[in-house]
Write a protein that binds this ligand. Structure first.
Ligand code: NAP
Ligand code: ZN
Length: 348
């Protein structure tokens, strides 16, 4: 067991404070990773503040982890000491069910083990995430990261990247697709870059007038400020696919009306309240309302390789862990440009 410095919350309304946790000795199939960077996802905030319910404290969030391999178990073949690697939202799954066998570990029928706030399949305790110095993970859940990518800016790919890549691929977004991305935050800004790289015509919907220029710089062909009723109306029945990345409760019914016949609105943002959509909005136009959860491990590797090839990383603001409470408040205020990434050196 290795004593490991981490930052944790002891309650939903607490502030972050240092906590020493234990990481297990690597088993034959395990990889020990010295963490370099960890992105700050809005899911960390939903969980840390118990907005979805079910948070166990102390809570050590963080599932956009990039680090270097420091040791490997005797059976590990995927990586070796010194390699640049990543760990995303999952650290284990049953491996045997139909979902795991099909490469959908995130939909494991026995429940995936998420990187934090999950029951740890090995220790029986609770998993602790990347707001820490090191982590030990089975090689099956370790991703290879190209040395071509800036490791800090690559960290958000491990969640925000795969969560936007997977639905854009599944719904076959490419040349000729009219795609809406809703919300320019961590997920949204990578969604814009990926949809553009796939060849789509990209329309960004934002509540923040200040983000219009950034939206265009990041690759959107058009930016609609969603408070502008005229601009929204002009987009009625025009989009093939909408990726909704909004973290807060908002008017999803209005977004459905932007879809063409047979168009699809895919929720990746996870507000806490049930959605409210008129049945007639779906029926007249035969529109689809759906959702998507992260992505499997093989697809996450495919996404990382695609990003390395196309030079796609996150726009980030680097912070020491000591600034995490303030960073959370800025994310909630939609004031992040466009992902905070923790320097793990600040933990040591
Ligand atoms: P984020 O950086 O905070 O971005 C969310 C964006 O939503 C904001 O930047 C803002 O964009 C927009 N927004 C915020 N409040 C709004 C409101 N009241 N009305 C309309 N728009 C609003 O968050 P994130 O890290 O990208 O995560 C987004 C959501 O995805 C979270 O709920 C997170 O839990 C979820 N998530 C889901 C998965 C999955 O597997 N499905 C994976 C990761 C994260 P503008 O300023 O441009 O309006
Ligand atoms: Zn996330």
């Amino acid at each position: 067991m290795a004593k490991t410095k981490a930052f944790a919350l002891q309650a939903a309304d607490a502030r972050f404070a240092p906590l020493t946790i234990e990481r297990r000795e690597p088993r034959p199939s395990d990889v020990a990773i010295e963490i370099l960077h960890c992105g700050v996802c809005h899911s960390d905030i939903h969980t840390a503040r118990n907005e979805w319910g079910g948070t166990t404290y102390p809570c050590v969030p963080g599932h956009e982890i990039v680090g270097r391999v420091s040791a490997v178990g005797s059976a590990v073949t995927k990586v070796k000491s010194g390699d640049l690697v990543g760990v995303g939202c999952m650290v284990a799954s049953c491996g045997a069910c139909s979902e795991c066998q099909a490469g959908y570990e995130q939909y494991c029928l026995r429940g995936a083990t998420f990187t934090y706030n999950s029951e740890d399949r090995v220790s029986g305790g609770i998993t602790y995430g990347g707001y820490s110095e090191r982590i030990v993970v089975d090689e099956a859940f370790v991703l290879r990261i190209s040395e071509k990518l800036d490791p800090a800016a690559a960290a958000p790919l491990l969640c925000a990247g795969i969560t936007t890549y997977s639905p854009l691929r599944h719904w076959k977004i490419g040349r000729g697709s009219q795609v809406g991305i809703v919300g320019l935050g961590g997920l949204g800004h990578i969604g814009v870059k990926l949809a553009k790289a796939f060849g789509a015509h990209v329309v960004l919907f934002t509540t923040s007038e200040k983000k219009v220029e950034d939206g265009l710089r990041l690759g959107a062909d058009e930016v609609v400020v969603s408070k502008d009723e005229g601009a929204m109306k002009a987009r009625t029945k025009s989009l093939d696919f909408i990726l909704d990345t909004v973290s807060a409760n908002h008017d999803v019914d209005a977004l459905v009306s932007l879809l063409r016949r047979d168009g699809t609105l895919c929720m990746v943002g996870l507000p806490d309240k049930p959605l409210s959509v008129r049945a007639g909005r779906l029926a007249f136009g035969r529109r689809h309302l759906t959702g998507s959860g992260i992505g499997g491990i093989a697809e996450t590797q495919e996404m990382l390789d695609f990003c390395a090839e196309h030079g796609i990383v996150s726009d980030i603001e680097r912070i020491p862990i000591q600034e995490i409470d303030r960073a959370y408040d800025r994310v909630v205020a939609s004031d992040v440009r466009y992902r905070f990434v923790i320097d793990a050196a600040s933990l040591r």
